[in-house]
Design a protein around this ligand. Structure first.
Ligand code: 5FX
Length: 545
């Protein structure tokens, strides 16, 4: 039991694709405990690969919801065995992989309200789900439902204007429509539909937790400006769908006290508060403490069995957006730490793997000659520009390698050194172009936060700094979603009294400055960006069927 002088703790959970993680943070924002349960290796009875099941059609991808339930049993038991004092936890929050959906069967709310502390959650909830295999974000089997939703909304761009994204197969509204069409009996038995994030919050709450605005923005169902369900979209998916979803809530909401189940089974304090859970990417934005004008560029690796079947290392770009513009590429979500702002996410499939392919072909498979090529070639690369879409690109939907000389004439090859710079400049020009199309603006004070594999090469970071004409910082984000959730748990206790998230976490560790733009960078790349946009349109024309 906590002694009065023991500092309070805040927990941040992340129900990600491959594992369940948790960090415990004290009031000085220091991480004092962390733990995880890896689905494939710690729960082999569920026989997942990368935390998922890829079905025979290679399009349907699901995860067993009871695996997530049992993982929480295991994680809390591990913490208890390690002597973690749950009574010191003042608030908890968390995140979940975005877009995934959990279907609670009729009567499950009573089960949640009456959890018996002498039994595991897995035992208690084993019959609580009408759809045992939850659709997850790597699923791409709902194209038909996407087309129907876009038509109902008045077209792709109209849907993007309402919900922040055009229709994407992984987005929850389309997945719900598919379950309703293909599993009508199970859908009929469903009394509540959660996201992975709000499902996890429901376990701690002992009742159905609201979907938060930010993760709810990843469903193609929420009007991101009114922050309420879009009736057009709901109707297109299922009549009275709002009764199954419940009303969405601000991401900083205190949902209630932790369930008595956790008080009696693990020693949580009765006063421990549950703060709304959100999506893993919004939680990461909170963990990185991204602010207006900032852009985070990260390279991460999709699980080896993701729908491309092989490990695909792609780049994601997180943006803080004040005034979003609807676009055919990328996603705009309600901001998880500012009620008025938004965040955007852009995914570029041809990231690290493409950099490694050019390193192998043009720099003797070594990063040192690759870096030397960047040092020895001029900003703007003498006007040479390249597009490197080794595999079908997401942003924009194009494929192939397309090289252009200073006169915009397409050429077959560049010298190795020019090729290296052409690749790196081209990738970062693409990130800047599509970020600005979504409404991102480079403003005085803009910071570029580099994370993931690409953040370890200073010459690559120098090009990133030049293209954005902004300083580049690196920070360790290995636990950014968990950390962001712990930050949000702390902030949730004072949000209602008007405290800003950034005030609450202002003493968190600062990112490290690693690169500053050359004086001539702005002039070179502002002009080059216009050329890049024109040439990208030519590449897209060639890629369209
Ligand atoms: O689909 C995604 C974002 O739109 C992924 O980043 C998932 O959130 C990963 F869990």
């Amino acid at each position: 039991m906590a002694a009065a002088q023991d500092p309070s703790l805040f927990l941040g959970f992340d129900f990600s694709t491959q594992q369940l993680k948790v960090v415990a943070m004290d009031e000085s924002l220091s991480v004092v405990h962390q733990s995880n349960v890896h689905f494939d290796s710690d729960l082999p009875e569920f026989r997942t690969r990368g935390g998922v099941h890829v079905h025979a059609d290679r399009l349907t991808v699901t995860s067993p919801v009871l695996m997530w339930v049992k993982a929480l049993d295991m994680l809390l038991d591990k913490m208890k065995e390690a002597g973690f004092d749950f009574s010191r936890v003042k608030a908890l929050s968390g995140s979940g992989q975005q877009h995934g959906s959990v279907f609670w069967t009729r009567g499950a709310s009573e089960t949640l309200k009456n959890l018996q502390p002498d039994q595991s959650l897995e035992t208690l909830l084993q019959d609580s789900f009408s759809v045992p295999a939850s659709p997850v974000w790597m699923d791409s089997s709902s194209r038909k439902q996407c087309d129907a939703l876009q038509e109902a909304a008045g077209g792709a761009l109209r849907l993007a204007h309402i919900t922040g994204s055009t229709a994407y197969e992984r987005f929850t509204g389309n997945q719900i429509a598919k379950v309703r069409a293909t599993r009508p009996e199970e859908f009929q038995k469903t009394e509540r539909i959660s996201l992975v994030s709000s499902f996890a919050a429901s376990l701690f709450l002992g009742g159905y937790a609201a979907i938060d605005y930010s993760d709810g923005s990843g469903m193609n169902l929420l009007d991101i400006r009114s922050r309420s369900w879009s009736q057009i979209c709901l109707e297109a998916v299922s009549p009275q769908l709002d009764l199954l979803l419940g009303d969405p809530k601000p991401s900083s909401s205190i949902l209630g006290p932790v369930s008595s189940y956790f008080v009696q089974r693990y020693g949580f304090s009765e006063s421990c508060r549950v703060v709304a859970f959100t999506g893993d990417n919004p939680a990461s934005l909170a963990g990185m403490r991204l602010q207006q004008g900032d852009i985070a560029v990260s390279s991460y690796c999709l699980p080896p069995n993701s729908r491309e079947v092989k490990a695909v290392e792609s780049d994601t770009v997180f943006l803080w957006i004040a005034d979003p513009r609807p676009a055919l590429q990328g996603h705009v979500f309600c901001n998880p730490v500012s009620e008025q702002a938004f965040m955007a996410l852009l995914c570029f499939k041809n990231g690290s793997l493409t950099r490694e392919r050019v390193r192998d072909q043009c720099a003797g498979a070594s990063w040192e000659p690759f870096s030397a090529a960047l040092r020895d070639t001029p900003l703007g690369n003498g006007g040479n520009i390249g597009f490197y879409f080794d595999s079908q690109e997401i942003t924009p939907p194009a494929v192939g390698v397309h090289l252009f000389d200073p006169q915009d004439v397409q050429v077959c090859s560049f010298s190795p050194q020019v090729e290296v710079r052409s690749l790196v400049e081209g990738q970062f020009l693409s990130r800047r172009l599509h970020a600005e199309r979504l409404g991102y603006s480079i403003i005085p004070g803009t910071r570029v936060l580099a994370t993931g594999g690409a953040s370890s090469n200073n010459e690559i970071l120098q090009v990133l700094s030049d293209v954005f004409n902004a300083p580049v910082f690196t920070l360790d984000v290995s636990n950014s979603a968990c950390l962001g959730s712990a930050y949000r748990a702390l902030h949730g206790l004072s949000a209602e009294s008007g405290a800003s998230f950034f005030d609450v976490v202002k003493n968190a560790p600062e990112p490290q400055l690693v690169a500053a733009p050359h004086p001539e960078a702005k002039e070179v790349y502002d002009q080059m960006l216009q050329r890049y946009a024109r040439l990208e349109e030519r590449v897209l024309q060639k890629s369209r069927p």
